[in-house]
Design a protein. Structure first.
Length: 276
């Protein structure tokens, strides 16, 4: 399995498949490289690199959990590109991955050829943040992945109507593992919750619009779940006004986040790649 060691000594796992223009995929807050499972068959003409952030998936859990922050994780992404000898990539960022993309547009603008933001913008809703904090770092009280799939379908089905139980079962397996002793275990470091709480208590949150403006000279596509509780329609419209050339796609019957194999999402991604 491909790994590399970061400048602060953490072993990170990544997947590197295909040839052609390189695409770096960065997942959501608690997620990992498997987040892009449904997109992968549609990127067969490209080289696709998927990173497990520190403390997620198959990557090492660092001693310092406060290193779970966007700037350090962005540096990890840059160090992965250095490790692979890649100058520029298209970055597809889901949720937290999109925040990292915005940060990199300011700290390392020369490393980005283009960017896709999946259900994320410079403003996030209080409702969405509250929902995330309700589950981060907590193991769901389910006996197995089958039960977890039913719980996901029950809890998220209103925002994702029509998604079959089989896909929720796959989604559950992406996030949790069945414990041999019974129940489920997290596929990420539970101390991520402590990092979020600790960072929230240190000064004012940065103005993410300043980071978004770093994308003004790059080809950009933004995908929004029509039912997203984190990414408001008003925010998307403000982004469009500040970046008139931005490709926008709204995916019906999806909340936070689209799976990226929906026709609307794929159309936006391929339109961006053709313009890159």
């Amino acid at each position: 399995m491909p790994d590399f060691i970061t400048s602060d000594g953490v072993r990170l796992h990544f997947e590197d498949e295909g040839t052609g223009h390189p695409i770096l995929c960065l997942a959501g807050l608690t997620r990992n490289s498997r987040d892009f499972t449904y997109l992968m068959p549609h990127l067969s003409a490209y080289r696709v690199i998927r990173l497990d952030y520190r403390g997620r998936g198959l990557s090492e859990y660092p001693e310092d959990f406060m290193s779970y922050n966007i700037l350090r994780e962005g540096m990890d992404a840059v160090e992965l590109l250095d490790h692979l000898g890649l100058d520029k990539v298209t970055l597809i960022g889901t949720s937290r991955g999109g925040l990292i993309a915005m940060a990199l547009s300011v700290t390392h603008p020369g490393r980005l050829a283009s960017v896709v933001l999946n259900d994320i913008g410079p403003e996030v809703t209080d409702m969405g943040i509250a929902r995330i904090m309700d589950y981060v770092g907590k193991t769901p009280p389910c006996a197995d992945l089958d039960e977890a799939a039913v719980a996901l379908q029950t809890g998220l089905g209103a925002d994702f109507p029509g998604v079959p139980l089989e896909r929720w079962r796959e989604a559950a397996d992406f996030m949790w593992a069945e414990d041999p002793q019974g129940g489920l275990s997290l596929r990420y470091d539970a101390r991520l919750r402590d990092a979020l709480i600790g960072q929230a208590g240190v000064g004012e949150a940065p103005d993410l619009w300043q980071l978004f403006d770093g994308l003004k000279d790059l080809p950009l596509a933004t995908i929004k779940g029509a039912n997203s509780d984190l990414f408001a329609q008003e925010t998307l419209e403000k982004m469009q006004a500040r970046h008139p050339g931005m490709i926008s796609a709204i995916v019906p019957d999806r909340g936070h986040v689209p799976f990226l194999d929906e026709p609307e999402a794929l159309s936006a991604i391929h339109q961006l790649l053709e313009a890159t």
